[in-house]
Write a protein that binds this ligand. Structure first.
Ligand SMILES: O=C1C[C@@H](c2ccc(O)c(O)c2)Oc2cc(O)cc(O)c21
Ligand SMILES: O=C(O)CCC(=O)C(=O)O
Ligand SMILES: [Fe+2]
Length: 363
């Protein structure tokens, strides 16, 4: 059930708090799918021997992955080895969570700064426009830091399913990071080592259907802060990416059993900008709700962020090294400051328009 501010009937209009400025509103519908984002099969990624002296299957797959990270920073993987049943169970149980009564979900309420839990119609603290989404989040790695009291324990089987899901998605993410490390001419473990002890955070997004989806966003345009993110989505559609700063967008076509993979800021910095941090957003629609599960693979807070390799003739895209915690804080406060300045400029413009005389009173 959607929270009060996201409840509506045929005659409802969007509440003001969700209204996006024109330049931020969706430009492409949720279900107009593009095939520009590569779909890569990982079948044979461990086959290092080429048949008849030819290139190995691993080499072919790695080439595709590297190109996708260079071009878009986002692509889909199929035949990735994570059990299809586990993925469908994860989606089924997550959806059941959001369909529970409000008071059940609010038992995991994250308001008040709790680490993990449930949040309605989220916007980051201080942000000016709300996202049309609910989400539940929990920290799954490092295992020693798990606080199960902040993990949802309903529906009943969810906890065991999500534990297995976390383990399998960590394995897949590390496999993809190995490919990038090798492409940079480094040892396989270079990127995971740079994460020190890799954190994993799961964010389950639920986007209720919306009365005026053309005026709002499920999740505003952003890049993920961490190293790499795996997104499992249902078949509705709504995840969009841009590579021209938001001028044009494509909608990722949902594929049953696939993961959408996208690189975050940390991965982008470590590669000295060679691999793109995907610029993306989620749009909503008036026909049906949508579910996505984002698994963020982040470095430990104390991990040092700086390019692992700077090629001859290039310079570092970072002025100075910093910890991931500082990088994260800087990003989030930068995002908020940008939103604040934008609102200030808009309010100023609206006020000027209000006081603008409609006719010249001096004649
Ligand atoms: O919810 C998100 C989405 C995303 C994000 C990044 C930056 C933003 O300004 C923003 O509004 C959303 O990445 C995240 C990264 C996290 O560690 C936690 C999140 O909840 C999110
Ligand atoms: O809903 C989606 O497909 C995208 C979610 C996302 O980008 C995020 O949670 O960071
Ligand atoms: Fe994201």
């Amino acid at each position: 059930m959607a929270p009060a501010s996201m409840k509506w009937d045929e005659n409802s209009l969007l509440e003001k708090g969700f209204l996006r400025d024109e330049d931020e509103r969706p430009k492409v519908p949720y279900n107009q799918f593009s095939n520009e984002i590569p779909v890569i099969s990982l079948e044979g990624i461990d086959d290092v021997e080429g048949s008849g002296g030819g290139r190995s299957r691993r080499a072919e797959i790695c080439e595709k992955i590297v190109k996708a990270f260079e071009d878009w920073g986002i692509f889909q993987v199929v035949d990735h080895g994570v059990d299809a049943k586990l993925l469908s169970e994860m989606k089924r149980l997550a959806r059941e969570f959001f369909l529970m009564p409000e008071e059940e979900k609010l038992k995991f309420d994250m308001a008040g700064g709790k680490k993990g839990g449930f949040l309605v119609s989220s916007h980051l603290k201080g942000e000016t426009v709300q996202n049309w989404r609910e989400f539940v989040t929990y920290f799954s790695y490092p295992i020693k830091a798990r606080d199960y009291s902040r993990w949802p324990n309903k529906p009943n089987e969810w906890r065991s399913v999500t534990e297995e899901y976390s383990e399998k998605s960590m394995g897949l993410a590390c496999k993809l990071l190995e490919v990038l490390s090798e492409a940079m001419g480094l040892e396989k473990e270079a990127l995971t080592k740079a994460c020190v002890d890799m954190d994993q955070k799961v964010v389950v997004n639920y986007y209720p259907k919306c009365p005026q989806p053309d005026l709002t966003l499920g999740l505003k345009r952003h890049t993920d802060p961490g190293t790499i993110t795996l997104v499992l989505q249902d078949l509705v559609g709504g995840l969009q990416a841009t590579r021209d700063g938001g001028k044009s967008w494509i909608t990722v076509e949902p594929i049953e059993g696939a993961f959408v993979v996208n690189l975050g800021d940390h991965g982008h910095y470590l590669s000295n900008g060679r691999f793109k941090n995907a610029d993306h957003q989620a749009v909503v629609n008036s026909s049906t709700s949508r579910l996505s599960i984002a698994t963020f693979q982040n470095p430990a807070p104390e991990a040092i962020v700086y390019p692992l390799k700077i090629n001859e003739g290039e310079k570092s895209i970072m002025e100075e090294a910093m910890t991931f915690m500082d990088m994260y804080k800087k990003k989030m406060s930068g995002d908020l400051e940008l939103a604040r300045l934008k609102k200030l400029a808009k309010d100023k413009k609206d006020n000027l328009e209000k006081v603008k005389p409609t006719k010249n009173i001096f004649v």
